[in-house]
Design a protein around this ligand. Structure first.
Ligand SMILES: Cc1cc2nc3c(=O)[nH]c(=O)nc-3n(C[C@H](O)[C@H](O)[C@H](O)COP(=O)(O)OP(=O)(O)OC[C@H]3O[C@@H](n4cnc5c(N)ncnc54)[C@H](O)[C@@H]3O)c2cc1C
Length: 258
């Protein structure tokens, strides 16, 4: 069984995030970059299955700027056997369509039984890559799973919805996306960090994958304007002069929160 885990490099969730107001892209120099935590949880799920099922191969895949190698190596240090890093200047500012097309080509080239992704990244937050990937690979997609059971030829799991919990399953090959309800990642130990230096890390360009970024036949979205989030306005303070309950109720009604 070969499992590919999609990990995205993102600005550190705990640091300040900045947009470059000229390009509209995340200013990657402005903060530390890390593997998105949801990607680490996806990797943990794959590694746990591999621990219990010898013969399972876990590979990580990331589409990220050139400098992301150190971040991707963390996936190897955690226990993945190999990594593929797609990096090409023509991917700077890639929209969801181009990203999905590129990731699908890389997954096809790597070969897979199961692809595990996060349900949504903490920076781009499109939440569309997993579904687009499954469509391009022409395989089933089980979305937003909060529990997962992988078996020899199938994958199943549960997904909470407003009115209850759905149980879904799909035959392999398939793509699944997971939520933060899945267990957190293991810490890479010293042995893992040393071993990661010798594990294969393949770097691919768009040409390697036979993709043209400016393909005129492909629908691409372009950013028209970009603006920084407005500073947070001061909150409303209600002083209790015997009528605080009434004022609170009025505030909730006025702001359509009631
Ligand atoms: C040179 C270069 C520069 C880039 N600059 C930026 C940038 O400034 N800002 C930015 O947001 N993105 C950047 N990217 C990455 C890419 O364009 C985005 O990943 C893409 O738009 C996905 O959007 P999303 O985060 O909304 O995906 P979502 O659909 O929210 O992601 C869901 C899941 O899909 C998987 N996934 C998503 N993106 C990737 C990825 N890139 N690699 C591996 N798995 C992935 C993860 O498992 C993730 O949890 C850059 C890439 C390259 C090569």
């Amino acid at each position: 069984m070969k499992i590919i885990v999609l990990v995205k490099e993102v600005p550190d969730t705990y640091g300040d995030r900045k947009l470059n107001l000229e390009t509209g892209l995340a200013d990657r120099e402005a903060s530390e970059t890390v593997i998105d935590e949801i990607g680490e949880r996806a990797l943990e799920l794959a590694l746990k299955y591999a621990d219990a099922n010898p013969g399972t191969e876990v590979a990580v895949l990331s589409l990220a700027p050139e400098g992301a190698t150190a971040t991707i190596r963390k996936g190897l240090a955690m226990g993945a056997a190999s990594a593929t890093h797609v990096s090409d200047e023509a991917l700077r500012g890639a929209d969801l369509g181009l990203t999905a097309e590129t990731l699908a080509a890389a997954v096809r080239r790597m070969g897979f039984d199961l692809v595990i992704t996060g349900n949504v990244s903490t920076d781009g937050s499109g939440g569309m890559i997993p579904a687009m990937l499954a469509e391009l690979l022409d395989v089933p997609h089980a979305t937003g799973l909060s529990s997962v059971k992988i078996s020899d030829g199938a994958v199943s799991g549960s997904r909470p919805v407003d009115s209850g919990v759905q149980t879904v399953s799909a035959d392999l090959p398939a793509v699944i996306s997971i939520t933060e309800a899945l267990p957190g990642p293991r810490f890479p130990n010293f042995k893992g960090i040393m071993a990661a230096k010798k594990k294969p890390l393949e770097v691919l360009t768009l040409a390697d994958l036979g993709i043209t970024a400016d393909n005129p036949e492909a629908a691409r979205s372009i950013m028209l304007t970009i603006a920084e989030k407005p500073p947070r306005a001061a909150g409303v303070k209600i002083l209790d002069e015997g009528d605080a309950g009434e004022k609170l109720a009025d505030f909730l009604i006025e702001n359509r929160l009631a």
